[in-house]
Design a protein around this ligand. Structure first.
Ligand code: PLP
Length: 429
């Protein structure tokens, strides 16, 4: 498989180059030159396939022989080494729990896959690679955990000061070793803008920077895995399948749409966002106009200029009509989010985190338009990651899993910066 830059079709690279570069030299996101089709038999027999086999079959065409079969199978196995339960919430509605990995958010899947690929791919590189990543909350922890101790790779994580939860902050600032945290006086979009600028800065060419955000194909593509696992878990269904994805940078939903393009029978997607509604407005007006980022309870989705949206447009050949046929986008307020958490807790006896609540609200809103469907929303983080919000709201104590208790004892280590110049100075040192 080759990948081209969405800014220039003539820039074509291998999986290895795309992964190690992160962003194309012209700032474009890499996109597969062709969309492989999985055979019919794969879907007919999916119930009898292991999750490792499913993951391998899905990712194989995208990696080609740049990682040998035994290594790739091992990478997939380690990536998916936890559970992905599908929990029924009400009639025809399910939560797909993606938070059973080491940092309790779905980003573990992409980060683990990417880190393990880098272990193989960066090995033959004489130079050290520096992974530079901006986080709105969960990416930092997942990437830090995934890359911790990986030889030949330094990790630098930028996060917006005071805008991630205390557990999220601990997860990305306490590990040490090859993991460095930078606290930015600004928003996630500011962090992301600095990262993008660093990639294009000629003075930093020697630092061999790459990205571990979902703009990196090695982090974006493996997110397809759990859409297939969801399909396997559902078994035979007699209604169209609708998936609601709480979205911020739109990497997760875009992976789902790619899975659909490979043949996975998902009838419709819902992009559920918080007050950061750039895509919702785009779907209504065909005008893409990011605004300043708003701080919300679902902080990992506080993104107003989602990087991956261009990939979604590319998947649909920039045809808005084709896009509208399979995507609805809705925005919800914090107030609605809190009410949903309460409602699901008291009426359905299920605890969701603020991101999952937004996903659930997406299904509910879609229901006003269509009733006959099987709905799944992605529960993207463990509720315990947001104790400030949930314990107060529901007046309950959430039991903190052991691995988080350990992290809370760690000591925060971060460097504070306010502008790009300071980041640059840090990277040059
Ligand atoms: C990152 C994140 C999201 C948003 O995912 P995107 O791929 O950026 O759209 C949603 N929920 C949680 C918990 C996250 O960490």
């Amino acid at each position: 498989m080759k990948y081209y830059s969405l800014n220039n079709r003539d820039i074509v690279v291998s999986f290895k180059e795309a992964a190690l570069q992160g962003l194309a030299p012209d700032k474009g996101l890499y996109f597969p030159t062709e969309i492989p089709q999985l055979p019919k038999a794969f879907f007919e027999n999916i119930g009898s396939l292991s999750k490792e086999e499913i993951g391998y079959q899905v990712i194989k065409p995208f990696v080609g022989n740049e990682i040998n079969e035994a290594d790739l199978r091992q990478i997939v196995k380690e990536t998916l080494d936890f559970d992905f339960p599908l929990v029924q919430i009400e009639k025809n509605k399910y939560a797909l729990e993606l938070f059973h990995g080491p940092t309790l958010a779905f980003k573990d899947v992409g980060a683990r896959f990417m880190a393990r690929c880098f272990q193989k791919l960066a090995r033959d590189n004489a130079k050290k690679v520096t992974v530079l990543v901006a986080t709105s909350g969960d990416t930092g922890g997942a990437v830090a955990h995934g890359f911790y101790g990986v030889e030949g790779v330094e990790v630098v994580i930028l996060y917006p000061k005071g805008k991630v939860s205390s557990i999220q902050e601990k997860q990305l600032t306490t590990l040490g070793k090859n993991i460095k945290a930078i606290e930015v006086n600004g928003s996630f979009d500011d962090c992301q803008a600095m990262v993008k600028r660093a990639f294009l800065d000629d003075d930093l060419k020697g630092a061999h920077l790459t990205s571990a955000n979902s703009i990196n194909v090695a982090r974006w593509l493996p997110q397809m895995f759990y859409y297939f696992l969801m399909y396997r878990e559902l078994g035979k269904i007699d209604k169209p399948l609708v998936v609601s994805v709480p979205s911020g940078n739109f990497g997760n939903i875009c992976a789902g749409m790619l899975a659909r393009a490979l043949g996975l029978p998902i009838a419709h997607f819902i992009a559920a966002t918080n007050a950061n509604d750039t895509v919702v407005r785009y779907m209504d007006t065909a005008i893409y106009q990011p605004t300043t980022t708003k701080v919300t309870l679902s902080n990992a989705m506080d993104v107003s200029d989602p990087s991956n949206f261009v990939r979604i447009l590319a998947l649909f050949g920039n045809e808005n009509k084709a896009l509208h046929a399979i995507l609805d986008a809705y925005s919800f307020t914090d107030q609605q989010t809190l009410e949903a958490i309460k409602d699901i807790y008291y009426a359905k006896d299920y605890l969701v985190d603020p991101h999952g609540a937004v996903g659930y609200l997406g299904l509910k809103q879609y229901e006003e338009k269509k009733t006959e469907f099987i709905g799944v929303f992605l529960e993207t983080a463990h509720p315990v990651k947001f104790p400030e919000c949930i314990e107060q709201l529901l007046n309950i104590d959430i039991e903190i899993p052991k691995r988080l208790q350990e992290i809370q004892k760690g000591v925060k280590k971060a460097i504070e910066i306010s502008d790009y110049k300071e980041l640059k100075r840090f990277l040059l040192d």
